[in-house]
Design a protein around this ligand. Sequence first.
Ligand SMILES: C[S@@+](CC[C@H](N)C(=O)[O-])C[C@H]1O[C@@H](n2cnc3c(N)ncnc32)[C@H](O)[C@@H]1O
Length: 317
Amino acid sequence: MTDAGVIYCGDSLQVLQTFPENSVDCCVTSPPYYALRDYGADGQIGREATPEEYIDRLVSVFHEVKRVLTPQGTCWVNIADTYCGTGSKAEHCDPKNPKGRNGQQVAVNHRVPGCKPKDLIGIPWLLALALRADGWYLRSSIIWHKANPMPESARDRPTRCYEYVFLLTKSKKYYYDWQAVAEPIAPTTAARMKGGRTEKGKYAAGTPGQNKPQKINQVRAKGTYTDEIISPVRSRRDVWQINTVSYRGGHFAAFPPKLAETCILAGCPVGGTVLDPFLGSGTTGMVAKQLGRRYIGIELNPEYCTLAERRIGGEKN
Ligand SMILES: C[S@@+](CC[C@H](N)C(=O)[O-])C[C@H]1O[C@@H](n2cnc3c(N)ncnc32)[C@H](O)[C@@H]1O
């Protein structure tokens, strides 16, 4: 434990049950995806016999996350989908690659009730709707678009190049700093604003955060129109283009620091505490620390705890 944060090495549900309620401002996490990886630890999530069992376990973990979150808290969940039957090796073990690709020796996604082999299971939305049913406010489904996706050998469907990030909240009103993650307005919009007219000749675009578009000509008539009044940014949109970055430190599922950064800037006040119940290599903790927030990380695999500890520069609990 350091001033900046703490890492707990253990099962996320059990560890979370020891935390006091309303003690965390923000959760940024990427749970193990269903049947895609083997993280080599007993009790790991992601190797359940069916998607239903997997979703039930995640709902239990996030139920505890909701309990420990402050009423203004936000929770950002990065999750991707799984195909039914793809990569199924049943009990077969490749002698050249005994640990399997991504550490996965035996695939478990070949028995999915209601799905045929080759069907996309729909894991992200199964999870999002189950969390909503458990009381979370489902506020946004963000597409994390990767311009540099993993190449795929499939020639009968498009290559996947996005994952989901769901924004969930405990209450109707919550902390969201739209300005911290605002994006530049399109050059064409900027030009229209300067001219005071839209293509339809009436209004220019509104200032982010306002529901109604601003009547630029009226503002001008009062003599108050300047470039400063019209913000050159707009509210962040829900497709985020963030490239994957290879992390060679010994964890094959690390998400890019930029992804964690965007969630933390929008969802956690400076000085607040960010939780990652599936810490992995420690990306969330590392970014939280860099941004002046405290971190709490939970990770089941002791090797990853050590890895995260080194990466963040903190100490393991
Ligand atoms: C997708 S990875 C997280 C990667 C992380 N975002 C990063 O950037 O490195 C999911 C992690 O959850 C861990 N995990 C699996 N089951 C767990 C459990 N029951 N409790 C805590 N951690 C678990 C895995 O060991 C793995 O490191």
